[in-house]
Design a protein around this ligand. Structure first.
Ligand SMILES: CC(C)(COP(=O)(O)OP(=O)(O)OC[C@H]1O[C@@H](n2cnc3c(N)ncnc32)[C@H](O)[C@@H]1OP(=O)(O)O)[C@@H](O)C(=O)NCCC(=O)NCCS
Length: 343
């Protein structure tokens, strides 16, 4: 059975920087830089320009990851894309990424499968488990796994939506999960979900149980009330469960793999709130130098946070071959996951 390792990483964030102060000044939101920094650690985030879709950000990150792995798009056997901000309701964004990468062009086009993952902030860890399983089963050699989000086009950018829109940013991270006979790679994971809290962080937009899924006006245009249109979050409930589930998930994967806290060189925690992560680190006795973060620059990029951090850490030399790393995520669903990788 081959091992599955990460042979390349890449990331892309759109160039437009939106500071906390700009949320107040440019969007007229009743907020302050101090309020956001104190509660979340976020100082700025990136927003895409009109016309830019999640598959566009994903494509940039994918090309960087392929280059880092020394591979070309012809080497990819499967695309897995995790997002909660898809290009459109259907088809999935994985096929748009395939098209955007030009993977259907030329006589040697392989028309590889494209799988979308819908597990919000836990999407990358869920996707990693799927990719590793497929590689370890011996079926596939190289899988392109991407976490990408374009939140800025679908948030309530008013004071009404300030508890959500001040947290999220756009960006994409990609990894190549490859087969190897070397003794390294993705060692194991722990995943979970608690549907009792499915409505604690959600964006319903349409309810398929209703006929029609939203009311129509006389011209047949859908009417979407703000309660359905925009994401809703019970921040305090999310905070409490994030702390509990991230700790549990990390401890479970460590126990399963017999990994001790001090064996782990770097902890890549999902970037939802710096305070959540600092609290967990304190509870578990993890020193701050083992806890990379970029939330202050990018906000919460949901499925993108962990692969963006991996790519940044590899490029700035923090993450090196031979290290043992842990990843932990928590998000809407609620869903959560942790994984351990020998880099
Ligand atoms: C979102 C979060 C920062 C809010 O902090 P909080 O102390 O729980 O604040 P609350 O939601 O109780 O709101 C308190 C007040 O602050 C206000 N507020 C919310 N966002 C604000 C903002 N950006 N600026 C100013 N005030 C804001 C609320 O409207 C509320 O005002 P009110 O008392 O007049 O109604 C915090 O709950 C949190 O980080 N939770 C976890 C969120 C998360 O991780 N989400 C992603 C999961 S993947």
């Amino acid at each position: 059975m081959p091992n599955a390792y990460i042979s390349g990483t890449g990331f892309y964030v759109p160039p437009r920087v939106v500071t906390n102060q700009m949320l107040a000044d440019d969007y007229g939101i009743d907020t302050t830089h101090e309020w956001i920094v104190q509660r979340t650690g976020i100082e700025e985030r990136r927003f895409s320009d009109p016309g830019v879709a999640t598959s566009d950000l994903a494509a940039e990150a994918s090309e960087a990851a392929l280059e880092a792995a020394g591979l070309t798009k012809e080497d990819v056997d499967l695309i897995i894309l995790a997002t909660l901000s898809p290009d459109c309701h259907f088809p999935g964004t994985g096929v748009y990424l395939q098209r955007r990468l030009g993977m259907t062009e030329g006589k040697d086009a392989k028309f590889v499968p494209a799988l979308d993952i819908r597990n919000q902030c836990s999407g990358f860890v869920y996707g990693l488990s799927v990719a590793a399983s497929m590689v370890q089963a011996g079926n596939l050699k190289h899988i392109l796994l991407v976490g990408a989000e374009t939140h800025s086009h679908a948030m309530d950018m008013t004071t009404r939506g300030r508890n959500v829109c001040s947290l999220f940013g756009d960006g994409a991270g990609a990894v190549i999960v490859s087969a190897t006979e070397e003794d390294r790679g993705i060692r194991g994971w722990n995943l979970g979900a608690d549907s009792r809290f499915a409505d604690a962080l959600c964006q319903k937009i349409w309810t398929i149980a209703d006929e029609t899924c939203f009311p129509l006006d006389e011209q047949g245009r859908g009417i979407v009330e703000p309660e359905l249109m925009w994401a809703h979050m019970n921040g305090k409930v999310v905070f409490k469960h994030a702390v509990q589930r991230m700790i549990e998930s990390l401890m479970q994967v460590c126990m399963k793999l017999d990994a001790k806290r001090d064996d782990i060189d770097l902890f890549f925690f999902h970037q939802a709130n710096l305070r959540i992560n600092e609290y967990i680190a304190k509870m578990l006795g993890i020193p701050s130098e083992k806890l990379p973060h970029n939330i202050e620059r990018f906000g919460n990029t949901t499925a993108g946070t962990i692969p963006i951090m991996l790519a940044e850490a590899e490029r700035n030399g923090t993450l090196q071959r031979g290290m043992k790393i842990a990843m932990v995520a928590f998000g809407s669903g609620f869903t959560w996951g942790a994984a351990i990788v020998d880099w």
